[in-house]
Ligand binder design. Sequence first.
Ligand code: NAD
Length: 507
Amino acid sequence: MDFLQQLGLEQENKGVSTGSTWIDSKGAKLESFSPVDGKLIGTVISADKAAYDVSMEKALAAFKEWRMWPAPKRGEIVRQFGEALREKKEPLGKLVSYEMGKSLQEGLGEVQEMIDICDFAVGLSRQLYGLSMHSERPLHRMYEQWHPLGVVGIISAFNFPVAVWSWNTALAWICGDVCIWKPSEKTPLCGIACQKIIAEVFAKNNVPEGVSCLVQGGREIGEWLSNDTNIPLISATGSTRMGKAVSTAVAARLGRSILELGGNNAIIISQHADLDMSLIGAVFGAVGTAGQRCTSTRRLIIHESVYDTFKNKLINAYKQLSIGDPLDSKNHVGPLIDKDAVKLYLDSIEKCKQQGGNFVVEGGILEGAGYESGCYVKPCIAEVTNDLGIVQHETFAPILYLIKYKTIEEAIVLQNGVPQGLSSAIMTLNIRESELFLSQAGSDCGIANVNIGTSGAEIGGAFGGEKETGGGRESGSDAWKAYMRRQTNTINWSTNLPLAQGIKFHI
Ligand code: NAD
C-alpha cells in the first residue's frame, strides 16, 4: 500500500485542519475499512465543537485577506493545485478506489475531473464578468460586480469522495471564498489526502491558513455547518433525505444552499436506436461504480418492438461481467461501500419481488475467496412497471429496472414520472424523437443526453438536477455565480441629484 505513504497518510490521523495546521480534537474516532478486502485502512479523529470553532475562526480571518487577492492571482494558486493533482494522480486514484471501492479506472477518472475543474477555474479567474447597464439618468453610470461570498461549507457523499470537493473549492477559491469541508464519514482518508495536497500548495504560496479547512465527522458536523450563520453558502451532496434536512436548516437562517441529491435516471431505448451502442451505455450506466453513482442508470424504458431483443442482449452482457477487486483492471464491477449498503440492496430486491417485479437476472451476495469484505453483490435486472414504490425510489446499488413503452410520448411521461430529476438519456437515430426529448415537452431533468448513457458528465457543463435532486448546479457553465454575491452600482458624475423614475423632491 505505498500509495498511502505517498499521500502522507498515517495509521491514525487528526481530522481537523486549517491548512498546514492539524488541530487536536476529542471527537469520535472514525475507522475506515476498505470494501475491497475488509481491512482497516486507518483511523481519523472527528471534529469536536471546540476544534470546529477554531477552524471557523481561522476561516473567517482568512477570508478578510483572501478576498483582497486579485482573482487571477487566486487562479494561479488553483493552477498549481491542478499541477499537484497531476503529480499525485496515481496514488490518489488508488486511494479512491481502495477506500470507496470503485474501479481504478474510475478512481483515476475522478482525479482527472479534479484536474479538469482546476483548468476550468484558472481561465474563469479572469472572466468573473458583470454586466454594465445604461442608466435612465444623465451623467450616471450603472454596472454590476460579483464579490466573494465568504465561508463556503461543503458536505460531500462517499461515492465521489474527492471530485465533489474540488468542483466546489476550485470555483469558490477563484471567486475569493474560503472553504470548510466535511467529507463523508465513510471515506475520511480521501479527505485527509486532499487536504495534505492543497496544504503544500498553499504553504508554498503563503496563502493564509483557513482558506481550506477540514472538519471530519458524521451527520452532526454537517448539522453544525448547516446551522452556522457564519456560512452564507452550503453546498451539500448526498441523499434527498439529507438534502431536505440541510435545506430546511439553511433556509431557516435565510442562507443559500446548492443541493446535489439523489437521482433515478432512465435511458429510453427507442425502436430507432443503435442497439449495440445502447447496450454499452446501459450496462456501464447500471453496473459502473456498482450502481453507486448519482447518475447511475436505474431504469431502461424500452420500445415494445425491440424489448425482447434488447432484454436478451442485456442478459448475455450480464453473464460476461466479472465482479471482484476493483484495483484489478480485469474486473468490471467492484463492491458496495459497506454492509449497510448490501442490506439495502437485498431489501430492495425483496420489496421489488413483493411488489410484482420479475427478475430476469437474479441478484445476491458473493461469497468465498476475494469476497471476504462481504460487500460484493451481483448486478441484477427486473421487469417492472414504473409505478411500483421501489422503482420510484433511488436504491444505491446495481439493480436495473426494465419498463416497456409503445409511443415516444408515453416514454417521456414514464421517464419524468419519478420524484427525482437528475440525468436522462434517449438512444435514437430519429431526429424528431431526440428533439422532442430535448424540448420543453421532453425530459424534465437537469441533464438530458442523446446517444450517450446517463452517467459520466464533463466538467464544462453545469451539473445538477431538478425536483428531489435539489435544483443545485455545480462545476461548469455559469455555476460560479452561486459562489458570489451580485452588487449593482450606480455612480452619479453630474452636478445634480436626479432621482430615479423622475421623482421630484425639493428641500
Ligand atoms: P448521505 O446523504 O448519507 O450523506 C452525504 C453527506 O451528508 C455525508 O457527509 C453525511 O455525513 C452528511 N449528512 C447526512 N445527514 C445529514 C444531515 N441531517 N445534516 C447535515 N449533513 C448530513 O449520502 P451518501 O450515502 O454518502 O451518498 C449517496 C447519495 O448521494 C445518493 O443519494 C446519491 O445520488 C447522492 N449523490 C448525489 C450527487 C449529485 O451531484 N446529485 C453526487 C453524488 C452523490
